[in-house]
Design a binder for this molecule. Structure first.
Ligand code: ARG
Length: 455
């Protein structure tokens, strides 16, 4: 029999239950549901809508239910319609009539909106902590590789020299913005919808501000129709998580590439690598392939919620029950991805010698060579043309700018002198890019310090 038996008999076809019940997934919010109800019951007692004794009884009863679920003594009955129904029914079973007063001045519509907001705020804290740990891992590894020169790429073609530290800290910057987005979204999540009732508020003199304070919310919603019917804060979270996953997928893709024999810039620790059932030589980066692959799930979750919410008339509609599985899936996916990448990164072995070799082979100091000429007075565009011809000359002869004898340089331009070799040395190229944001070791060291202080 249903909570809402009355207008109908409350006995429903099992196929209706199969589509209607949400306890299979919303039981995950039991703690938030009970904590929210405790605040509501305290407030009902304070404003005199129920007696202080009843309020006390409800609060005690709810605390007992929470403790018993957490200790495993009370099992959630999965045949109930949803977690709200289960908690209220269990309360009434345990404390009798007072339990039936808990729902005074409240609807499941504002209750579920509250539960999701509380749940998401908790998850935002947890995910931010995981993201911060990954940022720390980027900093730790970067500190060891301030002078590890590697090719920077555009179009996946060797372009200009950077350092491994600089590359790692690029991802740290992205993650810091992801963390900002999460905390910004949390501000709009912690706005209390309770008091909106089913849609039109309530006639009881509820103290909404008191409930907000009890639950650590920043504010209360200011329109009851809006309070029960928007999920924009949840869409925001899914968007923030999609962007986060996009960043993780780019990092993952690079690690996949770098693990290949073609690159061999990195070797993952054995306990973070997988093998093949047939090819004995294989050591695969399944971790980063999976993070890359799982990114699509989170984008899908964002689309699920945006589409469920699209064109819904005010106020609550049952479509909105579809928000939870998408949210939970995105949260779990981000959690798993962040949790695995940090230890993978900390235990990975990068190969500075291989990076150096790759950096030496692709004429990635050609820009610096042109800059060298420009600093000696040659207009940059002319210098660019000379160095282009120099590079072609080197390629035709199977040599590099570093190895080309000065006499041959001087056949192209008389501004070239002994100091050209120092100017195009890869570490020099990197050291001279010392503007804020550049790859110079000192600059990156300062950038790491700044990131660390933000953590
Ligand atoms: N299980 C519902 C949900 O997740 C709770 C709200 C039910 N409200 C209603 N009027 N049927 O959205």
């Amino acid at each position: 029999m249903k909570l809402w038996a009355g207008r109908t008999g409350g006995e429903v076809d099992e196929r209706l239950s199969a589509i209607n019940n949400s306890i299979g997934f919303d039981s995950r919010m039991y703690r938030q549901d009970i904590t929210g109800s405790i605040a509501h019951a305290k407030m009902l007692g304070r404003v005199g809508v129920i007696s202080p004794e009843e309020s006390e009884q409800i609060v005690e009863g709810l605390r007992g239910i929470l403790a018993d679920i957490e200790s495993g003594k009370l099992e959630i009955d999965m045949s109930c319609e949803d977690i709200h129904t289960f908690v209220e029914a269990t309360l009434t079973e345990r404390i009798g009539d007072a339990g039936k007063r808990l729902h005074t001045g409240r609807s499941r519509n504002d209750q579920v909106a509250l539960d999701i907001r509380m749940f998401l705020a908790d998850e935002i804290d947890r995910l931010s902590a995981l993201a911060k740990d990954l940022v720390s891992a980027f900093c730790e590894v970067a500190e060891k590789h301030l002078e590890t020169v590697m090719p920077g790429y555009t179009h996946l073609q060797r372009a200009q020299p950077v350092t491994l530290a600089h590359w790692l800290m690029a991802y740290a910057q992205m993650l810091l913005r992801d963390i900002d987005r999460l905390s910004d979204c949390k501000k709009r999540t912690l706005v209390l919808p309770l008091g909106s009732g089913a849609l039109a508020g309530t006639t009881y003199p509820l103290d909404r501000k008191y409930v907000a304070e009890q639950l650590g919310f920043n504010d209360i919603t200011l329109n009851s129709l809006d309070g029960v019917s928007d999920r924009d804060f949840a869409v925001e979270l899914l968007a923030a998580l999609s962007i986060l996953m996009m960043h993780l997928s780019r990092f993952s893709e690079e690690i996949c590439l770098w693990c290949s024999w073609e690159f061999r810039f990195v070797t993952l620790a054995d306990d973070f690598s997988t093998g093949s059932s047939i090819m004995p030589q294989k050591k695969n980066p399944d971790i980063t392939e999976l993070v890359r692959g799982k990114t699509g799930r989170v984008y899908g979750d964002l689309m699920t919620l945006l589409t469920a919410m699209k064109a819904l008339p005010l106020a609550y509609n049952k479509d909105m029950q579809e928000d939870k599985e998408a949210l939970f899936d995105a949260i779990d996916t981000a959690d798993l991805s962040l949790s695995v990448l940090a230890p993978m990164l900390r235990t990975a072995v990068f190969h500075p010698d291989v990076m150096k070799k790759a950096a030496s082979a692709g004429f990635i100091n050609a820009t610096d060579c042109a800059d060298y000429m420009a600093k000696k007075g040659v207009p940059f565009r002319d210098a660019y043309g000379v160095v282009g011809r120099l590079v072609k000359y080197c390629i035709d002869r199977g040599t590099t700018l570093d190895e080309l004898p000065l006499a041959e340089y001087r056949q192209f331009s008389l501004v070239f002198d002994e100091d050209v070799y120092e100017a195009i040395d890869l570490l020099t190229c990197v050291r001279q890019r010392a503007l804020p944001g550049g790859p110079a070791p000192e600059t990156v060291k300062a950038a790491i310090g700044a990131v660390r202080s933000r953590l």
